[in-house]
Design a binder for this molecule. Structure first.
Ligand code: NAD
Length: 684
C-alpha cells in the first residue's frame, strides 16, 4: 500500500503550492479541506500542473469520524497542517470562531492522528506569534530568531501560539515518537509560475500585494500606504516577503528532516523567511515594474499595531533543513501579475459553474456548465464528455442527467471522447517499428474505440477554464500511460473546447511525454449522439453529407477493404430523411491523400448538416480531419434510449489506418511530434 502525506487546507493558497512541490518530490498526497476559504478549482488546477489526480475530501477537521475514514482508506505517513482561519482583523471580531476552528480543529486532527498512530506533523505557524518585537526597546531580536519570546497581539496569533503549545505538550507526552515541525512563516507572496494557482482573496484583501494587484486591474482605486515616517530607507515599514513557492519547498525540507529522524522524536521551530527585509515602497516599485506602469497610491497616517521591522532570521532553517529562499521579490511580483491577469476573478469565471456528478460526490467527475447567450453547454470530466448542448431551448445531444448512468455497460459512448485509437483496429493487432502489438479485443475479433478501458472510461483532469473575447476556453487533460490497453508510450492528451454563443469547437492535441518509445498510434474523436427534435428517435431528421465517397467495408467484419468508393445511397449535399429504413455506419472520406498527424492548420471543411421539421435548430459539423464516420445509432439499447435515438458524426482518421501502408502515417505519432485535430459544431 502506498504511503501518503495528508495535507489539511490543501486547497488554500500555501497548501495548493505545497501539494505541487510534494508531488514534484515524489510524494503521494491526500487533501482534506472544507473549502471555507478556498475552492476545489485550485486542486483541479494543481492536478493539471502535476498531471495526476489527487484524492480530495471536503471535510471539516472537527468532524472526527469523517476524518478518521480518510486514515482508514489511505496509509498516511505524515501530515502538513495548513487548515486554519487566518485573517487577523476578522479574528478580533469573531475570536471564538477562530479558537474553535484553529484550536479545536487541530485537537480533532491530533486525536485522529493518535488513533491511527501517525505521529509526524508539520504545522503552519506564523511570525505573528512573536508579536511586536520592538517591545524590547532595542534591536536584539531583529532580525527575529526562533528564540525570540512569543507574545502574539491578536486572537489569530494566539490560536497559533496555543496550537504550538499543544503540539509541544503532545511531543512531551511521547517524546520518542512524535515528530513535530513548527514552521513560522513571514509574509508569503507571489503565485505559481504557471499562472494557474495563486491567492484568491475573497472580499477586500488584507495584504499589501493582493491589494496592489486589485488596484492594477482596476478593482480598487489606489493603495493606501500607512505611514512614511518610519526609520527605513524610504520611511515605510520593513517586512520579510517570501515567494510562496520557496515557502512550499520549506515544507518538503521540514518533512524530509522529520522522516530522516528514524527512531527519535522531535519538537522544533523554524522560521521560514528570506532574511532580507523590503519596505512597502520596495514592493510597490517591484510590482509596478511587473505591471509596466506606476500604480496610484496615497500615503495616509500610521496604522495601529504596525511596527518598523519584522524580518526573519532564517539561519536555523538554512542550516538544519538545508533550505534557503531563492526567489526575489521581483520574481514574486511577476508571478503574481501573471496569475492576476490570467485570473482576474480568481478561480471564478463568469457564466461557468460546476457540481459533482456521481452519487458518491467524488470530485474526480464533475459536471461543468457554460452559459454563453443562447448556448448552454455542459461537460463532464468522465471522458471529457459533452453532457448537454442546449441551443435556444433545444437540447440536442443524448445524455444522462447523472454521472452514475454514464458508467453503465450499455452506455454507447454518449458524448464522450474516444481514444487512444477511435474506431476499429483489425484483429486487435498492429505493427510499429518492427514490433507487433496485441490489443484487447472488445468487438468480436477487433479492438474498438481504444479497447477495454478507452478514454471514454477515464476521468480527465481539469478543466482549466478561461473566457477570452466572450469565448469559453475549457481544457481537459488525460495522461494515458504506456501499456494501457497494450498501446505503447505515455501519451498526454488535451481536449480543448471553445464555446461561444452559437458554436462549439473541439481541439484535440496529443504528444508522447518521454523517451519510452519512439512512436505510438492515435486517433481521437467525439462520440456525441445528436437528436434535434427531442423525440424518441431521429426519424424525419433531414441530413446532408458533403462527401459521398466512403471506405468500402467487408460486410462481415465491418473492416475497410482498402477501397474508397462512392456510396450508393449518398449523393453529396443531397437531403436524406432519416427513418426506420435508413441505416448508416460508414466512414466518409474528405481527403483521400491525408498523411498529416496534425491537421489543425488544414482548412476547416463543412462535412455535415442536419435539420428537423419540429426543431428550429440547424446543426452543422465542420472539421480539419480527413474522414467522418456517420452512424445512425441502430445499435443503441440503453437505459432510456432506443435504436436510432441519436445519430453520430465522428470526424477522425481512416478506420484501421495503421494496418494500411498508405493510410498509416495519419495515425503514427512520433516522439517530438504533436497530434492535432479540430471538430466544430455550428448551431443556427
Ligand atoms: P488559506 O485560507 O488560503 O488556506 C487555508 C485552508 O484551510 C483553506 O483552504 C480553508 O478552506 C481550509 N480550512 C480552514 N479551516 C478548516 C477546517 N476547519 N477544516 C478543513 N479545512 C479548513 O490560507 P493560507 O494563506 O494558505 O494559509 C495556510 C496556513 O498558513 C494557515 O494556517 C495560516 O494561518 C498560515 N499562515 C498564513 C500566512 C499568510 O500570510 N498567508 C502567514 C503565516 C501563516
Amino acid at each position: 500500500m502506498s504511503e501518503y502525506i495528508l495535507v489539511t487546507g490543501g486547497a488554500g493558497y500555501i497548501g495548493s503550492h505545497t501539494v505541487v512541490e510534494l508531488i514534484n518530490n515524489g510524494h503521494k498526497v491526500v487533501v482534506v479541506d472544507n473549502l471555507v476559504n478556498s475552492s476545489y478549482d485550485s486542486i483541479a488546477r494543481v492536478e493539471f500542473i502535476v498531471k495526476q489526480s489527487i484524492p480530495f475530501f471536503n471535510i471539516d477537521l472537527r468532524d472526527h469520524d469523517k476524518l478518521s475514514e480518510v486514515f482508514k482508506a489511505y496509509k498516511i505517513k505524515g501530515v502538513i497542517h495548513f487548515a486554519a482561519l487566518k485573517a487577523v482583523g476578522e479574528s478580533t471580531k469573531i475570536p471564538l470562531d477562530y479558537y474553535d476552528n484553529n484550536v479545536n480543529g487541530t485537537i480533532s486532527l491530533l486525536n485522529v492522528l493518535k488513533e491511527h498512530n501517525v505521529k509526524t506533523i508539520v504545522f503552519s505557524s506564523s511570525a505573528t506569534v512573536y508579536g511586536d518585537v520592538t517591545r524590547f526597546g532595542d534591536d536584539r531580536y531583529i532580525p527575529i530568531p526562533e528564540e525570540c519570546p512569543l507574545d502574539p497581539t491578536n486572537p489569530y496569533g494566539r490560536t497559533k501560539f496555543v496550537v504550538e503549545g499543544i503540539l509541544k505538550d503532545i511531543h512531551t507526552s511521547d517524546p520518542d515518537n512524535w515528530k513535530v515541525a513548527i514552521l513560522r512563516y513571514f509574509n508569503p507572496i507571489g503565485a505559481h509560475p504557471s499562472g494557474l494557482i495563486g491567492e484568491d482573496p475573497l472580499g477586500i484583501p488584507n495584504n499589501l500585494l493582493p491589494y496592489l494587484s486589485q488596484v492594477a486591474i482596476g478593482r480598487r482605486d489606489k493603495l493606501s500606504i500607512f505611514g512614511n515616517d518610519y526609520k527605513s530607507h524610504d520611511g515605510t515599514p520593513i517586512r520579510d516577503y517570501i515567494h510562496v513557492v520557496d515557502l512550499a519547498k520549506g515544507h518538503i525540507a521540514a518533512l524530509n528532516y522529520l522522516h530522516k529522524l528514524n527512531e527519535s522524536g522531535l519538537y522544533r521551530e523554524w522560521n521560514l523567511g528570506t532574511g532580507k527585509g523590503s519596505t512597502v515602497f520596495d514592493i510597490y516599485h517591484a510590482f509596478s515594474k511587473a505591471v509596466g506602469k506606476q500604480l496610484p497610491y496615497e500615503v495616509v497616517g500610521r496604522r495601529a499595531g504596525d511596527v518598523l521591522d519584522l524580518t526573519a532570521n532564517p539561519s536555523r532553517a538554512n542550516k538544519e533543513l538545508g533550505w534557503k529562499a531563492e526567489l526575489d521579490i521581483e520574481t514574486a511580483c511577476e508571478d503574481l501579475w501573471r496569475w492576476t491577469t490570467k485570473n482576474t476573478h480568481g478561480f471564478n469565471v463568469e457564466g461557468y459553474s460546476w457540481k459533482t456528478f456521481e452519487s458518491d460526490g467524488n470530485y474526480g467527475n464533475r459536471l461543468h456548465t457554460f452559459v454563453n447567450g443562447d448556448l448552454t453547454v455542459a461537460l463532464a470530466n468522465h471522458g471529457a464528455l459533452i453532457q448537454d448542448i442546449n441551443f435556444d431551448g433545444d437540447h440536442i445531444v443524448n445524455a444522462y442527467d447523472n454521472g452514475d448512468d454514464y458508467l453503465l455497460k450499455s452506455n454507447p459512448f454518449f458524448g464522450t471522447t474516444v481514444g487512444r485509437v477511435a474506431n476499429r483496429i483489425a484483429n486487435g493487432q498492429f505493427e510499429l517499428n518492427g514490433k507487433t502489438y496485441n490489443l484487447p479485443k472488445n468487438e468480436n475479433q477487433n479492438t474498438l474505440h481504444g479497447g477495454l478501458v478507452g478514454y471514454d472510461k477515464e476521468n480527465f483532469l481539469g478543466p482549466i477554464v478561461k473566457k477570452e473575447k466572450d469565448v469559453f476556453i475549457v481544457e481537459f487533460l488525460l495522461v494515458d500511460p504506456d501499456g494501457k490497453n497494450n498501446f505503447p508510450g505515455d501519451v498526454e492528451n488535451i481536449v480543448r473546447y471553445f464555446i461561444d454563443n452559437k458554436s462549439i469547437k473541439i481541439e484535440y492535441e496529443a504528444r508522447l511525454l518521454n523517451d519510452k518509445v519512439d512512436a505510438t498510434i492515435i486517433n481521437i474523436t467525439n462520440h456525441s449522439y445528436f437528436n434535434l427534435s427531442g423525440d424518441a428517435t431521429t426519424d424525419d431528421t433531414v441530413v446532408k453529407l458533403s462527401y459521398d465517397n466512403y471506405l468500402e467495408v467487408d460486410a462481415k467484419t465491418l473492416l475497410p477493404t482498402g477501397n474508397v468508393i462512392k456510396h450508393d445511397r449518398v449523393d453529396a449535399n443531397k437531403p436524406i430523411t432519416l427513418s426506420e429504413d435508413t441505416f448508416y455506419d460508414y466512414c466518409f472520406v474528405v481527403d483521400n491523400d491525408a498523411d498529416a498527424i496534425d491537421t489543425r492548420s488544414h482548412e476547416l471543411k463543412k462535412v455535415f448538416e442536419a435539420t428537423h421539421p419540429r426543431s428550429h435548430t440547424k446543426f452543422v459539423v465542420s472539421t480539419t480531419e480527413p474522414t467522418y464516420q456517420f452512424y445512425t445509432g441502430v445499435g443503441v439499447n440503453t437505459k432510456g434510449f432506443v435504436a436510432r435515438s441519436g445519430f453520430c458524426v465522428e470526424p477522425g482518421r481512416f478506420v484501421d489506418a495503421i494496418n494500411n501502408k498508405k493510410w498509416a502515417p495519419q495515425v503514427i505519432l512520433k516522439k517530438g511530434e504533436v497530434y492535432g485535430s479540430i471538430i466544430q459544431y455550428d448551431l443556427s
